[in-house]
Design a protein around this ligand. Structure first.
Ligand code: AR6
Length: 340
């Protein structure tokens, strides 16, 4: 995925460059700046001294010394003064200038902290939105893997209302359906059993195992194989055509890497991960039914036994196909992110 939001300590990220939320002296400080200098060692400070500082919204690059990356890009975020003093434009400039330096230095991957959102007081949710917007804009014309590294969980404030709506949607689906499902399962089997993958993939299978038998009895296996359905790759390409969008618009919206898309395009039997299949369903703005069909082509299904799946279902049924908002919600509920 070209943009990944991860929770980690940025000094531990292995990529070409990490970005430092510095102050205009570039001589170190607290927060992420302190952590980066500490992990990089004295060499970083000695190089920074030679840079002669940096203005708010600008960026400068140095070596990374003991850090597990090649470069550190130092940028100076704005101090939050209520939001009417050019803070947003200055913060946008930090991301643009940082990304520009990364591209000029042939970086294939770069990790940003949430600049200004600590000591400088920029509200975290707004800081995150600026980061996502500018990085997404940049990725339209550049191939790069960009990480936004979140240190503390409260950086993800998806909004109380949305959080509560999703929470009650999960509650309804998760509790009710699981209760119902487990009860019928136990009733039918007369004992508690661990759900098989088939039972999860094809709800209803538990009701009558015999119902499956004809599928295996009729015709030869060779006939079945010869009449194999449209594959995931074929359905994906068909849907892209039907929606009248370009391949690149689709994989970019899905936040899927170009190389991965080429693999899927070139191999009609390619089996993507569930998260990748879902990312395409979201990018294509498929209905719930179409999403389930696409998933099935890849051997997956949406299950009410999984919070992840219920959250995805929530967004699809509410026709909200913004992959970053979905990922923010997944993150808030401690779930894996789409496409990652
Ligand atoms: N990895 C990732 N993110 C981190 C880490 C870490 N190791 N440590 C903190 N954060 P801040 P600012 C997050 O204060 O607001 C310094 O003293 C943190 O939770 O580091 O731009 C400089 O020298 C927050 O979300 O930077 C400046 O004087 C985000 O990084 C001033 O602070 C940014 O918090 C800059 O303030």
């Amino acid at each position: 995925m070209p943009l990944q939001i991860v929770r980690n300590d940025i000094t531990k990220i292995k990529c070409d460059a990490i970005v430092n939320a510095a102050n205009s002296s570039l001589l170190g400080g607290g927060g992420v700046d302190g952590a980066i200098h500490k992990a990089a060692g004295k060499g970083l400070l000695l190089e920074c001294i030679k840079l002669g500082g940096c203005k708010v919204g600008q960026a400068k690059i140095t070596g990374a010394y003991k850090l597990p990356c090649r470069y550190v890009i130092h940028t100076v975020g704005p101090k939050w003064k209520g939001g009417e003093n050019g803070e947003k434009e200055a913060l946008e400039s930090c991301y643009r200038e940082g990304l520009k330096l990364a591209a000029e230095n042939d970086c294939e991957s770069v990790a940003f902290p949430l600049i200004s959102s600590g000591v400088y007081g920029y509200p975290k949710a707004r800081a995150l939105k600026v980061a996502v917007d500018i990085i997404t804009e940049f990725l339209i014309d550049h191939d790069m893997l960009v990480y936004i590294v979140i240190f503390d969980k409260d950086s993800f404030e998806i909004g109380e209302k949305l959080f509560n709506n999703i929470a009650s949607y999960i509650d309804n689906k998760y509790v009710d359906d699981n209760f119902e499902f487990n009860r019928t399962w136990a009733d039918n089997m007369g004992e508690s059993k661990i759900l098989t993958t088939a039972a999860i993939l094809y709800p209803g299978i538990e009701k009558s195992d015999e119902a499956l038998a004809p599928a295996f009895d009729t015709g030869s296996l060779k006939d079945e194989v010869d009449n194999i359905d449209e594959s995931f790759s074929q359905m994906l390409l068909r849907k892209i055509d039907e929606k009248g969008i370009t391949d690149s618009a689709c994989y970019k919206k899905a936040n899927v890497d170009r190389k991965l898309f080429s693999k899927i395009r070139g191999d009609i039997y390619y089996h993507p991960s569930k998260a990748t299949a879902l990312a395409f369903a979201i990018a294509l703005e498929l209905s719930l039914e179409e999403t389930e069909e696409l998933l099935l082509k890849a051997g997956f299904a949406l299950s009410h036994s999984s919070k992840f799946d219920i959250i995805i279902e929530y967004f699809i049924t509410h026709k909200n196909y913004n992959i970053f908002e979905i990922n923010e919600a997944l993150f808030a509920f401690d779930q894996a992110l789409l496409g990652s």
